[in-house]
Design a protein around this ligand. Structure first.
Ligand SMILES: Nc1ncnc2c1ncn2[C@@H]1O[C@H](COP(=O)(O)OP(=O)(O)OP(=O)(O)O)[C@@H](O)[C@H]1O
Length: 275
């Protein structure tokens, strides 16, 4: 059991991680109100790997990603059938506190969204929220170092996080997300608002982070999935019932998905025949 998992077990008696799998996500049906947004998507997230989610717009990539750490709880019309298990434990268990879930399954969003506070306080935010013990200065520095931002900001920690460039802001958000030592990092198109240089920096950072964290990444960019993902899940949209329902078409090693897909739809998508 990882240190994070042990700490989680201390925090929630009903949420004691056990097995080796990091997240076992099996979404049979996901609804927003009456709208069936996603069906039949079993998406295990393997330890120490980057799992990329690709597919056309509206196929449910973000819905699935946000289900992993209960981010969709914030949407009243959201409900699902199936399960999401973290180290074998039900993430949606009645007595499980979503704040604790999100401490160990952290998230980085599409738009860099630093809080309107200092660089230091941005990184310390989650540590204070979760009343993490230990030397705050050391933890903030460590998170900024791991996010490859420390050298650029160490002399201006009291400056606003909003004063940084877009790429720096996104690395600050990554530092904020990893400060609480999560087990898993969910990244929802983290580079879509960045220029190519900042994108490359964040991609390099992802590759470094996976030595320490398990990563799940939604990306519109197939080249990005090829560059960084170990495993790729391809989602499609089923319009046969008159709706638009996303589903998992195929999941496998990234090289296999791009070079030897087993499904014709995957082949067409990775060949750029539709988007
Ligand atoms: N809060 C919501 N309320 C109602 N429907 C929603 C909500 N969020 C998403 N949807 C719908 O669920 C479906 C899946 O959306 P989702 O954002 O998960 O897809 P996606 O593959 O991430 O799309 P994109 O690549 O365009 O970001 C879409 O039809 C979308 O319109």
């Amino acid at each position: 059991m990882s240190a994070a998992a042990e700490a989680l077990a201390d925090n929630a008696a009903t949420f004691t991680p056990t097995g080796d799998a990091v997240i076992d996500c099996d979404l049979k049906r996901v609804f927003y109100g009456d709208f069936l947004a996603v069906r039949n998507s079993h998406v295990p997230i393997e330890k120490g790997k980057i799992t990329g989610f690709i597919g056309p717009s509206g196929c449910g990539k973000s819905t699935v990603l946000r289900s992993l750490n209960r981010m969709n709880d914030l949407i009243p019309s959201f409900r699902f059938e199936g399960h999401v298990k973290y180290h074998g434990q039900d993430v949606y268990g009645k007595r499980v506190d979503p704040v604790i879930v999100r401490r160990y399954i952290g998230m980085v969003f599409q738009q860099p969204n630093p809080f309107a506070m200092s660089i230091y306080d941005n990184v310390a935010f989650g540590l204070r929220l979760n009343r993490v013990k230990g030397n705050l200065d050391e933890r903030v520095q460590r998170a900024l170092e791991r996010a490859a931002l420390w050298k650029e900001v160490k002399d201006k920690l009291n400056k606003s996080g909003l004063s940084l460039s877009g790429g720096q802001q996104q690395r600050l958000c990554i530092a904020r997300a990893i400060a609480t030592e999560p087990d898993v990092l969910l990244m929802d198109e983290p580079c879509s608002a960045l220029d190519p240089i900042a994108t490359r920096q964040v991609e390099e950072l992802m590759l470094e982070l996976k030595a320490r964290y398990t990563v799940a990444l939604v990306t519109h960019n197939m080249q990005q999935a090829m560059r960084v993902a170990d495993t790729t899940a391809f989602f499609g949209v089923d319009i046969s019932q008159g709706g638009r329902t996303g589903y998992l078409v195929e999941m496998g090693a990234t090289r296999q998905i791009f070079e030897d897909p087993q499904q014709e739809l995957t082949r067409q998508y990775v060949a750029g025949e539709f988007s």
